[in-house]
Design a protein around this ligand. Structure first.
Ligand code: IPE
Ligand code: IPE
Ligand code: MG
Length: 229
């Protein structure tokens, strides 16, 4: 597949529309989450192929804990089992896996699976895949501010969970919703946004490539005047 002209360093995706994808087919919402894992796999492979260095995906927000218990439980099971399944592909493709978010709210079993996969893939040099799990932008800024105050420091950025990771160049949201839903509030300061109507389980390599083409056509100015010397 042809490589888009300008490749972002960090692409972040708000994976939305799993429930609607399933409901459209008369299936239970959780079937949409299971199918969404296939989209994560396809986009991860595309990032390795196109040379994107960081791919982050919003998998579960702090607010998502308020969903029905059965949906939350099944989602957490899907996360744990996909982590086990993807291990071999990550190693083969040089993918480093990381989870960022409020780990204290996750079960011991899931935390163990995360620790294992993070350690096992730590040497991956082609792509860093970040799963935002039990994450919210306000939570991140609050925990960073608390730790910063405790240490009497003055620069917030090193305390955010994303410390050391470049801010997203491009944020994609699927399913037609046009909002941030408490995602990377601080880090999205200069991100480009691409909103697509496609539901996440239908978002595969072609859709991803189209979003990268759209990004390549954007003119990023960062508050400056274009071509100023
Ligand atoms: C995104 O799909 C996945 C999560 C938020 C966990 P949704 O489950 O929000 O799907 P819709 O928006 O209800 O269709
Ligand atoms: C945002 O989707 C969170 C994730 C994609 C993990 P939601 O479906 O939870 O967002 P709202 O409720 O439509 O804003
Ligand atoms: Mg949704």
């Amino acid at each position: 597949m042809e490589r888009p002209a300008k490749i972002p360093t960090h692409v972040s995706i708000i994976m939305d529309g799993n429930g609607r994808w399933a409901q459209n087919r008369g299936l239970e919402r959780v079937r949409g989450h299971a199918e969404g894992v296939e989209s994560v796999r396809a986009v991860t492979e595309a990032c390795v192929e196109f040379g994107v260095k960081y791919l982050s995906v919003f998998a579960f927000s702090e607010e998502n804990w308020g969903r029905p218990e059965t949906e939350v439980d099944t989602l957490m099971k899907i996360m744990a089992s996909s982590m086990k399944n993807e291990y071999g592909t990550f190693i083969k493709n040089g993918v480093r896996f990381r989870v960022l978010g409020n780990r204290a709210r996750l079960s011991d079993g899931l935390n163990k699976a995360i620790d294992f996969l993070e350690d096992a893939t730590a040497g991956g040099e082609n792509l860093t895949l970040i799963l935002f799990l039990s994450y919210s932008g306000k939570w991140d800024i609050q925990q960073a501010a608390d730790r910063m105050a405790e240490e009497g420091a003055h620069d917030l950025e090193p305390y955010l969970v994303t410390a050391g990771i470049p801010d997203p160049d491009l944020i994609i949201r699927t399913s037609g919703e046009k909002r941030l839903s408490n995602y990377l509030l601080w880090q999205a300061a200069y991100s480009e946004f691409v909103f697509v109507d496609t539901l996440w389980p239908d978002f595969r390599k072609d859709s991803f490539r189209a979003a990268l083409q759209e990004y390549a056509s954007r003119d990023r100015r960062f508050g400056k005047v274009k071509d100023s010397k």
